[in-house]
Structure formats: C-alpha cells, structure tokens
Design a protein around this ligand. Structure first.
Ligand SMILES: *Cc1c(COP(=O)(O)O)cnc(C)c1O
Length: 225
C-alpha cells in the first residue's frame, strides 16, 4: 500500500463524517513521503518537534497547513510562529501568553487547542478539569488578542480496551459540549475536537472528533533511532 492508497482509504472513511478532517502526522518521516502525500492532495500535516516542522515547511509548498501536535516549550514558540496553522498542545497559561507575544510580533493571530488530560496514564500532558476551567474563565485569557482558542485536544490511554478509550473520548466531547454552552471570552470559539490516532481514530470519529491525527496508518511504522 502506498501513501496515496492509504490516504484514499481515509478519505472514503471520512466521507461518513463530514465534520472531520485528517491531519497526516509526518514526524520522523522523510520529505519524499510528505511530497507523495501532498501530490495525493493532502494539505494538513502534523509534526511534534519545532525544528523538524520548520525545516520541512521551508522545503515544501506554502499551502500546507502545519499542525503542532507535540509538547511545546515556551522558548521554541518564536521559531514556530511564522509557520504554524494550529497548535494542538497548549497546556498552560504561560505557554498561551508566549504564543500571544510571538504572534503579535508577527502581526498574526495563532489558533490553538487546549490539550486536556483524559487518559489514565501518568506521562500524558494536558490540563485537568479544574485547570481547564481556570484558564477558560480566568481574568487573563480575554487580554490575549493574538491567540484564538478553537477547541480541545486529547490523547486516550494506550490500551487494547476499546471501552476505556471510548469513555475517554466521550468525556472530552462532554467537556466540549459543556463549554460550548458557557459564556466564554471573545477569543474563544469552540469548534474543533482533536482526538484519535492510528489505533483509535474510528472510535474517535464515532465520538465526535473533528480532527484525527494519523501517522503510522498513512506513512508506515516509525523507526526511532
Ligand atoms: C505521533 C502522534 C500521533 C500519531 O500517532 P500514530 O499512532 O502513528 O497515528 C498523534 N498524535 C500525537 C500527539 C502524536 O504525538
């Protein structure tokens, strides 16, 4: 199966979920494979390292929409700002303020998702329910004129137990629905839910995902050297 064949399969599955888009996660993969996906019509790509994203963005066509899906350190935001379309992994007010500052320098508004902790694993990043509330309803968010919060992102527990995964995605969707009904600052418009990867995207789509982040099912397994 080529990258183009895999993308075709995803397109046909996604046709049943018109609100959902595919982010092709190209981390660790060579430019040639990204070009293959681009030739096949793919425009949304996801990377988890700032340097890798900016290097690839420099080499590839300018109409690609780059998604930062990995944990982001404040001191790297300045390199990312000129290239990024959507940051999925915002997990603190401190990071959000830095994104706002760098976006202002570039005369842009950067769209962000708040990463919410939904898994039962220690290592996953994200805001818990109380932190999410404090950030969304706190005093500081309305002043950030160069960011826009457009939704939430979550990663389910890495388990074979589909019910656990489904419940975690359902929980994120419930939070999303809850905050859609709340009065939120003008720079918050909740429309995207980023959830689902190669192993669990089907469940995520059924539970209301609007952005699935799929790597290995498109580009093949990754080798970490
Ligand atoms: C790597 C990664 C993915 C894609 O993982 P696959 O299992 O290869 O589809 C999705 N989301 C995040 C945050 C990732 O780091």
């Amino acid at each position: 199966m080529s990258v183009a064949d895999n993308l075709d399969l995803f397109r046909s599955q996604l046709s049943k979920f018109p609100q959902s888009k595919l982010v092709a996660v190209s981390k660790t993969k060579p430019i040639a494979l990204l070009e293959e996906a681009y030739q096949a019509g793919q425009r949304h790509f996801g990377e988890n390292k700032v340097q890798e994203m900016t290097e690839k963005a420099e080499k590839l066509p300018k109409d690609i929409q780059w998604h930062m899906i990995g944990h982001l350190q404040s001191n790297k935001v300045k390199y990312l700002a000129p290239y990024v379309y959507l940051i999925h992994s915002v997990d603190s007010l401190k990071l959000l303020k830095e994104i706002d500052k760098q976006a202002a320098k570039n005369h842009q508004v950067i769209s962000c998702l708040l990463q919410v902790y939904i898994a039962k694993e220690e290592s996953k990043f994200g805001l818990d329910e109380a932190e999410l509330r404090d950030l969304l309803l706190g005093d500081e968010l309305p002043a950030l004129a160069h960011i826009k919060i457009v939704g939430f992102m979550g990663m389910a527990t890495n388990t074979e137990n589909q019910q656990v995964v489904r419940n975690e995605f359902r929980y994120l969707k419930e939070l999303f629905d809850h905050y859609q009904r709340e009065e939120l600052p003008a720079n918050v418009t909740l429309k995207e839910i980023s959830m689902g990867m190669s192993g669990d995207y089907q469940i995520a789509l059924e539970e209301g995902s609007t952005l699935i982040r799929v790597g290995s099912a498109i580009f093949g397994e990754r080798n970490y050297l």
